[in-house]
Structure formats: C-alpha cells, structure tokens
Write a protein that binds this ligand. Sequence first.
Ligand code: S3P
Length: 176
Amino acid sequence: MKSNIALIGFMGTGKTTVGQVLATRLHRKLIEVDAIIAKMAGKPIPDIFRDNGEIYFRELETKAIKKAAAREKQVIACGGGVVLNTINIDRLRETGVVINLTASLEIILKRIVKDGENRPLISVNWPPERIKELMKFRRPFYDRAADFVVNTSKLNVETVADKIIDRLKNDESFNF
Ligand code: S3P
C-alpha cells in the first residue's frame, strides 16, 4: 500500500501551501524537499545554484527524494524540477501517490514575482515567453509522472486540499 502524498508541479503552482494544509488536515508530517537539500548543503537553494551549479543541486535533490520516499505517511512537497530525473519519480511512486499541481502562466507569473529572488532558475526579470517555454518543455514530464492533476489557478488552498482528499479516499492503493 502507498501512504505518502507527493506533490509535484511547476514553480508557483502551490505545492508547499497545499502541502501544509494537507499535512494539517491528515495529521501527517510535511516534508519539504528543498529544505532537506538546503540542510544537506548547509546553504539556501539560490546559493547552491550560484556556488555549485544546477547539476550538484540535482544530485542533492535525488538523495533528498530517496530519503523522503523511504518514510511512510508523509506529505512530500517537491521542487519543480524533480520530474527531470525519472529515478526520483520511480521512488516517489513506490511509496506514494503523485499529484501534479498546475496553474496558468498568468497565475504562475504573479506568484513568482511575489516570491522575488528565491527561484534561481527563473529570475523576476525573465520575460513570460521564456517561462512559458520552460513550462512547455516540462509539461510531458509532469504528465507522465502524475497519478492525477489538480489545476490550482482558480481554487483556494482548502478547495485544492478537498479535491485531493476526495480522490485519495477513492484510491484503493492508498493507505490513509
Ligand atoms: C526548481 C524549483 C524550485 C527549487 C529549485 C529548482 C525547478 O522549487 O527546487 O529552485 O527546477 O523548477 P519550487 O518549485 O518549490 O519553487
């Protein structure tokens, strides 16, 4: 039986905020993969990208996912690029249900601008066209990885959590 809930999706789709609500409502621990990575490296994510580069970040990400997926009954909020390495998804799917959160480009842009400098892969100065390209490139990775999708563009966090919980209740492979 699977007992973890893994949230994947592009930056700004609400993985962490939805993860927090799910964890509270289901009395589970929230694991933020980016936080594990920052702890492993001893520095914040933007500093890892700046000092060590993306490849090193991805290596730490794979180690962090291995660690997170080995535990039970947690909500795992992944970083947006987790889908780029299939081993991450294989591991998440072994012990959990994988949910892809999506949002429109407009909503993602708004949320990213609000978060400012925390996203080394896309600066606030990036033109929307470039973010759109990255979303387009990644879309098949998210689609392939997910058990199901929730579009968070027009929903508040509680409603997104309701939808996820409803789906999980009807999933016989999931252990509440
Ligand atoms: C990344 C997304 C970030 C973080 C890192 C790389 C990505 O997480 O892991 O900056 O490749 O999409 P969020 O999706 O939580 O912003």
